[in-house]
Design a binder for this molecule. Structure first.
Ligand code: ADP
Ligand code: MG
Length: 138
């Protein structure tokens, strides 16, 4: 599975009712949804997902935030999915994100930035299998 990325619509964006608008923007940008669900992560699960950041000062807050309400993980497919999707979502800090990007449109802060996107093909595979069984990816 190349050409796939794993995204997560983050808790604040789900809570604020932006799920539909964000999915619409993703589909209009040419991505196909290969898997999707609603899931409320435990702190342990959020901690495991973001394990690579465990030495960073924001790790504990990030884990609390990501387990604060349901999220919408999705596996997406498009040619050059990783790069294309990172462009679509914009910079980590919404204040620095380009106009029209998902983080510019829906992000509130560097932490509550509305959406996740995998940073490499290898991590996309790892992250997709964190949320979905192979048989749940179409
Ligand atoms: P990205 O999500 O753009 O790949 P990172 O992998 O560096 O960014 O960080 C993972 C997530 O951690 C970010 O999306 C954001 O929610 C949070 N985060 C990153 N940097 C900070 C920071 N300086 N302060 C608070 N939260 C942060
Ligand atoms: Mg990252």
């Amino acid at each position: 599975m190349t050409n796939i990325t794993l995204t997560i619509i983050k808790p604040d964006a789900v809570k604020d009712g932006h799920t539909g608008a964000i999915i619409d923007q993703i589909i209009k940008a040419g991505f196909s949804v290969k898997a999707m669900k609603l899931k409320h992560l435990s702190e342990a699960e959020a901690g495991k997902f973001y394990e690579v950041h465990k030495e960073r000062p924001f790790y504990n807050d990030l884990v609390k935030y990501m387990s604060s309400g349901p999220v919408v993980p999705m596996v997406l497919e498009k040619a050059d999915a990783i790069t294309g999707f990172r462009t679509l979502i914009g910079a980590t800090n919404p204040a620095n994100a380009d106009e029209g990007t998902i983080r510019k449109n829906f992000g509130k802060s560097i932490e509550s930035n509305a959406i996740h996107g995998s940073d490499s093909d290898d991590n996309a595979k790892i992250e997709a299998s964190f949320f979905f069984a192979g048989t749940d990816i179409y």
